[in-house]
Design a binder for this molecule. Structure first.
Ligand code: A2P
Length: 276
C-alpha cells in the first residue's frame, strides 16, 4: 500500500497535494449521527450511478485509513457527494465527521459495486430498499436519467430509527421532483414515476415498522396497490445493515427473484451500507 506524507488541514494552501487527495467543498450535519459532504471530483473519475469508492483520511503514522463509501451524487455531477454515519469511536468516522470546507480527504478513483443498472435484467418496476445510510447509492440512482428511461415506476423505501434520520432522503426526493435540470434531462412527468416510502421504527411517524415486516404483512403492497409482485416485472436493489440485506434477500427469493451481478444480471442486487 502506498504511504503518504501527512498533510494537515491548517496549511495555508488548500490545493490538493496528495496523489489521491480531493478538496471538501461543503459539509452538512443532519443529526448527531449523520452528515453528508461534497468533494471535488477527479477529472479522470468515471463511474456508474450506484457504485462506491474508497475514501478516507491519513492516520497519524501517515498511512491512509480508507473505507468503502457509495457515491451519493449521480454520474453526471461535477462534484461528488457522500452520506455518512458518525460513530464516536469509529476509526474513520470519529475523525471524518469533523471535516470542513477546504480540507482534504483521500479518494481512490476506482469505482466498483453491484447496485448498478447493468446488474439487473430489464423490468417495469424498480424497488430501492434502504435503511440508514444505505440510501446513499439510491441518492445517486434517483438522480440518474437512465433510472427513469428504463422503468415505469421507481419506489424508494427508506427505514430509519427516527424521523430526523429520514430528512436527507426526504429533501433529496423533493429536490429531484422539482429540479429543473432533472426535469430537462428526463422530463417532469417521468420524475413523478418516483414513489417515496419512508418508515421509522423507534419514533412515531405516519408509517411505522421495518420494511421487511411491512412487506410480510401486506402493508407495503397494499399501500402501493401492487398485486402482482414477481420476477417478470419487478427489479430490486437493497442497501442497508447485514440484517436487512439477509432478510430482504429471503423475501425477494420467496417471490422468485434471483440475485444478479455485473457479470450475470438478474432480478435483484444487494450491497452492505458502510458502518463505522
Ligand atoms: P430497528 O429499530 O427495529 O432495529 P440502524 O440505525 O441500526 O442501522 O438501523 C436502521 C434501520 O434499519 C432501523 O429502523 C432498524 O430497525 C432497521 N433494521 C435493522 N435491522 C433490520 C432488519 N433485519 N430488517 C429490516 N429492518 C432492519
Amino acid at each position: 500500500m502506498t504511504e503518504y506524507t501527512p498533510v494537515t488541514t491548517t496549511t495555508a494552501t488548500k490545493v490538493p497535494t496528495l496523489p489521491d487527495a480531493q478538496t471538501v467543498l461543503d459539509v452538512k450535519h443532519w443529526t448527531d449521527r449523520l452528515f453528508s459532504f461534497r468533494v471535488s471530483r477527479p477529472q479522470s473519475l468515471r463511474f456508474r450511478s450506484g457504485e462506491f469508492v474508497m475514501i478516507g483520511l491519513l492516520k497519524d503514522d501517515g498511512k491512509p485509513l480508507l473505507r468503502a463509501y457509495s457515491i451519493a451524487s449521480p454520474a453526471w455531477d461535477d462534484e461528488l457527494e457522500f452520506y455518512s454515519i458518525k460513530v464516536q469511536d469509529g476509526p474513520l468516522t470519529s475523525r471524518l465527521q469533523h471535516i470542513k470546507s477546504g480540507d482534504q480527504i483521500i479518494l481512490r478513483p476506482k469505482p466498483v459495486g453491484t447496485l448498478v443498472h447493468d446488474a439487473l435484467l430489464p423490468g417495469n418496476r424498480l424497488w430501492f430498499f434502504a435503511t440508514g445510510t444505505g440510501i446513499a447509492p439510491f441518492a445517486s440512482l434517483i438522480r440518474e436519467p437512465q433510472t427513469y428511461e428504463d422503468y415505469d415506476q421507481i419506489i424508494l423505501t427508506h427505514t430509519c430509527r427516527e424521523v430526523a434520520e429520514l430528512e436527507y432522503g426526504r429533501q433529496l426526493v423533493d429536490q429531484v421532483k422539482n429540479d429543473e435540470l432533472m426535469a430537462e434531462l428526463v422530463g417532469a412527468k417521468n420524475l413523478q414515476k418516483l414513489v417515496y416510502y419512508p418508515t421509522t421504527t423507534r419514533e412515531d411517524s405516519p408509517k411505522m415498522g421495518r420494511i421487511t415486516t411491512l412487506i410480510k404483512d401486506g402493508t407495503l403492497f397494499g399501500d402501493l396497490d401492487v398485486t402482482d409482485f414477481g420476477p417478470d416485472k419487478d427489479r430490486a436493489m437493497v442497501c442497508g445493515s447485514i440484517g436487512l440485506n439477509t432478510d430482504i434477500k429471503e423475501i425477494l427469493e420467496s417471490y422468485g427473484l434471483r440475485e444478479g451481478a455485473n457479470s450475470e444480471p438478474a432480478e435483484y442486487v444487494v450491497e452492505k451500507a458502510f458502518v463505522g
